[in-house]
Design a protein around this ligand. Structure first.
Ligand SMILES: [Ca+2]
Length: 339
């Protein structure tokens, strides 16, 4: 009996440490506020962390508006993780006000409906500095960056030199610390006859070119066509969040474009691949190289040993992904979980 108990204890400890060691270390780089899929993707990262599958190290922003960092802080606080560092940019290419980030400014009787500590942009560090600090603190080859906005921050990171944080250049730091990046950007399959100039690339073409040309680790691209094919179910927005009277995720969605609209799941697909790369949710293209043209077109050329691949979703993949994305996005917070 006694031996069995110790055995059980050891195996449960082994399981616990196994789970912790396997958690994918994520930096979420987002243009939160432009489209609402970024908000759904952030909710999904919290659910995956509740399950021990990932750990959100930091959120860095490429949208330059003062409501965005407080909004992220409010979402993180709602999910029980108020201390996740947030980095801001001062040169965002989309400074206009969001349709939904004002939600977390709402007060009732002088109290914030969705509490958060971060209120002023200047309380937050710069995104590039935060990226350097977080990368330095992590084991070699361990960090997965999910980029679901513009390449503004990551391109700048590549251009940084050694500083008080690290003697390594940004490019050296990335090569040492980053495993791969999962990005929502570009378009790789023709939809009809048109070449689609995808938003995340087209709004900051020089940054996307630098990323495509110089980023030293594997890059997995989720093209426009993947998220477009996988629509977030309106029924999930309307019914799956009933566990909370006020909930920032379905409310943000309804402020952006209300149901019955079913939003494409662009940014969610990059989170899903980043945390569960081995679950065959998507097919992968052969290895190759993406070139970003002057007008923002992304051209993929197959090349042995190339660092780039892109996601492909079959009809069956679309159905599977739609179901798992909705389940993860709508999962209740676990506020008793270890942060
Ligand atoms: Ca986005």
């Amino acid at each position: 009996m006694r031996i069995t108990s110790i055995g059980l204890l050891l195996s449960s400890l082994a399981f616990a440490s196994h789970g912790f060691a396997d958690a994918v270390k994520i930096i979420f780089d987002t243009d939160m506020g432009n489209d609402v899929d970024d908000a759904l993707a952030l909710a999904m990262l919290h659910s995956l962390q509740n399950r021990g599958e990932s750990e959100l190290l930091a959120v860095t922003l490429t949208k330059d508006h003062q409501q965005v960092a407080p909004y992220i802080d409010a979402i993180n606080t709602f999910y029980g993780r108020p201390d996740i560092p947030i980095g801001v940019t001062d040169s965002g290419v989309t400074p206009e006000v969001s349709r939904f980030t004002g939600l977390t400014q709402e007060t009732v009787n002088g109290e914030l409906v969705f509490p958060h500590d971060l209120n002023e942009v200047d309380q937050a560090p710069s995104a590039v500095e935060l990226l350097r600090e977080v990368l330095v603190s992590q084991p070699d080859g361990s960090v997965v960056i999910v980029q679901v906005g513009f390449s503004t921050n990551l391109a700048r990171l590549l251009q940084t030199g050694g500083d008080r944080i690290s003697s390594l250049s940004g490019r050296e730091l990335v090569a040492q610390k980053v495993k791969h990046i999962s990005i929502m950007a570009g378009a790789f399959e023709r939809i009809g006859d048109n070449i689609h100039l995808e938003f995340n690339v087209a709004r900051d073409i020089p940054a996307a070119q630098r990323l495509a040309d110089d980023w030293p680790t594997p890059v997995i691209w989720s093209g426009f066509e993947v998220g477009l094919a996988i629509r977030y179910p309106a029924a999930s927005i309307e019914h799956d969040f009933a566990y909370s009277t006020r909930h920032p995720i379905p409310e943000s969605y309804q402020l952006y474009i209300p149901t019955p609209h079913e939003r494409p799941t662009w940014d969610l697909t990059s989170v899903l691949w980043a945390v569960r790369p081995d679950r065959d949710y998507f097919q992968l293209s052969p290895e190759g190289r993406v070139q970003v043209e002057e007008d923002g077109e992304t051209v993929f050329r197959e090349e042995e040993g190339g660092l780039h691949r892109y996601l492909i979703a079959s009809e069956l993949d679309v159905v599977r992904a739609q179901e798992v994305l909705a389940a993860l996005v709508s999962e209740p917070p676990n506020t008793s979980a270890k942060p």
